[in-house]
Design a protein around this ligand. Structure first.
Ligand code: RTP
Ligand code: MG
Length: 143
């Protein structure tokens, strides 16, 4: 297994519920290390650019409105198999279908407001990390 990095976004619903620490604790409990983090209130352009792959989907407008409805916490997580490990603990996109004990099962209300984003492949992780962070802003662990 390789050490990977992935992008996490704690979405406006979860930030609004004061759940940043609760969600970070889930990351740390499976060995994912936070190597960069920033709170940000996304602009419409930033949200549209980030989710550009979904621009033709019927839910795109609502998704962008939701993502700019409050601040988000954007983080880079590092660890063995980080992309898949992170997706596993997030749970299914629709929290009603998310396995018990996953972040979306425990913190999300609906498919539209589902608490967290995670990169879905290593290639997308690289692109998403560079969308928000310069290489010099990442802080790999030295101990
Ligand atoms: P994300 O990108 O946010 O981590 O979520 P995901 O991979 O689990 O799901 P994705 O298919 O990439 O969809 C991005 C976000 O769009 C909203 N969505 N709504 N109403 C719908 O059918 C629908 N499908 C997707 C969700 O908020 C999802 O997180
Ligand atoms: Mg996705």
């Amino acid at each position: 297994m390789a050490v990977e990095r992935t992008l996490s976004i704690i979405k406006p619903d979860a930030v609004g519920k004061n759940a940043i620490g609760g969600i970070y604790s889930r990351f740390e409990s499976v060995g994912l290390r936070i190597v960069a983090a920033r709170m940000k209130h996304l602009t419409q352009k930033e949200a549209e650019g980030f989710y550009a792959v979904h621009s033709e989907r019927p839910f795109f407008k609502d998704l962008v409105s939701f993502m700019i409805s409050g601040p988000v916490m954007v983080s880079v997580l590092e660890g063995e198999n980080a992309v898949a490990v992170h997706r596993d603990i997030m749970g299914a996109t629709n929290p009603k279908q998310a396995a018990p004990g996953t972040i979306r099962a425990d913190f999300a209300e609906s498919i539209d407001e589902n608490a967290v984003h995670g990169s879905d492949s290593l290639e997308n992780a690289k692109n998403e990390i560079s969308y928000f962070f310069r290489v010099t802003e990442l802080c790999p662990r030295t101990r």
